[in-house]
Design a protein around this ligand. Structure first.
Ligand SMILES: Nc1ncnc2c1ncn2[C@@H]1O[C@H](COP(=O)(O)OP(=O)(O)OP(=O)(O)O)[C@@H](O)[C@H]1O
Ligand SMILES: [Mg+2]
Length: 342
């Protein structure tokens, strides 16, 4: 009889959420770790570390150990997982939790293995992997076990996943390593070009959420932001508008549109007609970008709707998978065993 906890983790590029069986989502923190470069010691993890981004003295760095949806720094990811698993489950070696972690659908076997190993080294007893779009659909309350097609678009910080599912499995899917981060970077570049001012990643994100839009007929606002004048080297304030964002965002927006189009084109006709009826469900923090649902609906001619709680969808779905672990177990375990042979 298994006595430890069953937990589900949405190990995101931007956010990490932990679901505990019977309790729901108990932790929601940024996936950021602050370390001292000289001693390699971890100074802060999560929210506390996020506040340090771009504000650290030379010897301290605030790192995001996941980039573009996959592990970029293995050791730090492991430390971060250990910290959060410990926070939720305690660190008793006798009561190691069973951990279900979701991974983007397009990642390689090696990248999957890295996630599994990191979780195991961080104190998990058993590790199960679930594909992010499946978790997103479950979290959005879609019954994917039915023989009708549904389509989920999950836009995170690092990746965008699109999948068409039916009868509990993925029929077609694809992903691009473009997510909310690319929109932030686009703002940094745009502001640099237009105003000759350098702004930080966090300011760029504030602009994106505060006034950003991808639809010409949507919001029209402006925001004053401070940055460093590249010529004089002094702090300066400039006004960034929704129009500026619209222009800056065209590249990442087009990548997302192209991805959705490609998956719709690959979709079997019967399922396509289900999707036209039911629409595309949008999840992930990036899907909350102003005007994106409207723009995608107009371009694809398929209604696009935001899920109820886009940021928590994947974690809630991973949680649902945890709740029915006994059912899923066969499939998930088998797939990891098959991979282990290589
Ligand atoms: N209201 C909002 N409008 C636009 N973007 C938003 C909003 N809220 C959050 N975001 C963006 O959502 C992204 C984070 O989304 P989410 O937490 O789903 O990512 P993640 O799951 O950590 O990443 P991934 O799935 O790629 O690993 C960030 O880029 C953030 O700036
Ligand atoms: Mg995600």
């Amino acid at each position: 009889m298994f006595r430890g906890k069953d937990i589900g983790i949405d190990l995101g590029t931007a956010t990490i959420l932990v679901y505990v069986r019977g309790k729901g989502v108990v932790l929601n923190e940024p996936s950021v770790v602050a370390i001292d470069r000289n001693t390699n010691k971890v100074l802060a993890i999560g929210e506390e570390a996020r506040r340090m981004i771009g504000r650290t003295p030379g010897n301290i760095v605030a790192i995001r150990p996941l980039r573009e949806g996959v592990i970029a720094d293995f050791d730090i990811t492991e430390k971060m997982l250990k910290h959060f698993i410990g926070k939720v489950c305690g660190s008793s070696p006798l009561l190691k939790p069973r951990v279900t972690i979701c991974v983007p659908s397009g990642i390689t076997t090696v990248e999957k293995r890295a996630v599994e190993d990191a979780a195991r080294n961080a104190g998990a007893k058993d590790v199960y992997l679930i594909e992010e779009p499946v978790a997103a659909a479950l979290g959005a309350g879609i019954d994917i076990s039915q023989p009708t097609g549904c389509m989920v678009l999950d836009i995170g910080g690092g990746t965008t996943d699109v999948a068409v599912m039916s009868l509990g499995g993925i029929v077609v899917s694809d992903s691009v390593r473009v997510g909310g981060d690319k929109f932030d970077e686009a703002i940094v570049r745009y502001v640099k070009r237009k105003f000759n001012i350098l702004i930080g990643e966090r300011t760029a994100e504030e602009i994106k959420i505060g006034v950003g839009t991808v639809h010409p007929d949507s919001r029209d606002e402006s925001m004053d932001v401070r940055g460093r004048d590249l010529v004089a080297g002094l702090p300066m304030t400039v006004t960034v508008t929704s129009r500026d964002c619209l222009e800056a965002f065209s590249e990442p927006t087009n990548s997302i549109i192209a991805l959705v189009r490609a998956v719709l084109e690959k979709c079997p006709p019967e399922l396509s007609s289900d999707i036209v009826d039911k629409g595309i469900i949008m999840t992930g923090g990036g899907s909350m970008l102003d005007g994106l649902d409207k723009l995608l609906s107009e371009i694809t001619k398929v209604p696009c709707n935001l899920a109820d709680d886009p940021v928590s969808c994947v974690a809630i779905g991973t949680g649902k998978a945890v709740d029915s672990l006994e059912l899923l177990r066969g499939a998930v375990e088998q797939s990891s065993r098959r991979e282990r042979r290589f």
